[in-house]
Design a binder for this molecule. Sequence first.
Ligand SMILES: [Zn+2]
Length: 366
Amino acid sequence: MIKKIFLLITVVFFLSATVFYSKNNSSPKNIILLIGDGMGLGQVSTSVLFSKNDQFKKFYTIGLVNTCSADNLITDSAAGATAYATGYLTNNAAVGQDPQGNNLQTILEIAENKKMSTGLVVTSSITNATPACFYSHVNHRNKEFDIAEQFVHSGVDFVIGGGSDFFIPLAFGGKREDHKNFLDTLSFYGYKVFQDFSEMYESSIIKKVAAILGHNGIAKASDRNYSLGDMTKKAISHLNKNKNGFFLMIEGSQIDWAAHNNDQEYLLQEMNDFNSAIEAALEFARKDGNTLIVITADHETGGMSITSGNIKENKINLGWLTKKHTANLVGIFSYGIGAESFNGIQDNFIIGRKLINYIEPKKSWK
Ligand SMILES: [Zn+2]
């Protein structure tokens, strides 16, 4: 009897040790990174205190991020996104390159090498700084015509964003002066190209999707009848067919634009739109059970605070210190397999390294 009990204890001990070991070493199959551009703790506070569809309260693994760039206390979106996309700090305005102009491999490129599916869903132009840092390499974010050309060759499986101006020539209503039509090239490369969200349909025959829904950014959340959450659902259902998993980056791009304008209504609507994307991602991750969700920001914009209001009457007044970015720490909220790595106060590029190491555990850092 004593022998049996001893055996049982030994088996239980080994089983629990195995579970503990595998938990610490397990990587998620899918990674969904949601970036609220310019979304500081003030912006998150508007959601937690006033939004009917707040999603941030659903997270229990929460940390803070230092957003400084290599050459500046106050980052721009290019250096901020490069830190998350590559795991390295760079100078403001650099896209997927280090301060010396060397290309840095991105998490999206690494995911492609691992035969994972990849996607980008943004409300800015797809050539704007944040998404560009995941698939392109240029020394200045303003080179959006070059970034569009690099997108065509990037191999990204699914994209929704604006930016037709950078893909099509003047004669066809775009802004390219080199007469190249990269929407045609995308079709040639096997993409199904959409220019209207309502026309997007799903088909198992379609391998790659490029939905370019505006000349530059896509319409503000208040001016369209589909949400960032609707776009997120389309992306996930397309990308989730791959047994190797997927990497998806979703950006609430216009949170930043609203904050640059110090425009309260615009900001609250863009935060609601971003909440719809978090909701869609969470719904998928809960069912899937093998997905990591990380929500953060590249920097804060506006020095925004809630200065007065009334929760019962749903009245809110925001105060602004600047029309530019600030160096305030931003929040990071994570859920799912590997979420615990994002606790505490960390530098932005460390977040990038941790995300990349979930896809390529052996990658070393110099
Ligand atoms: Zn900005």
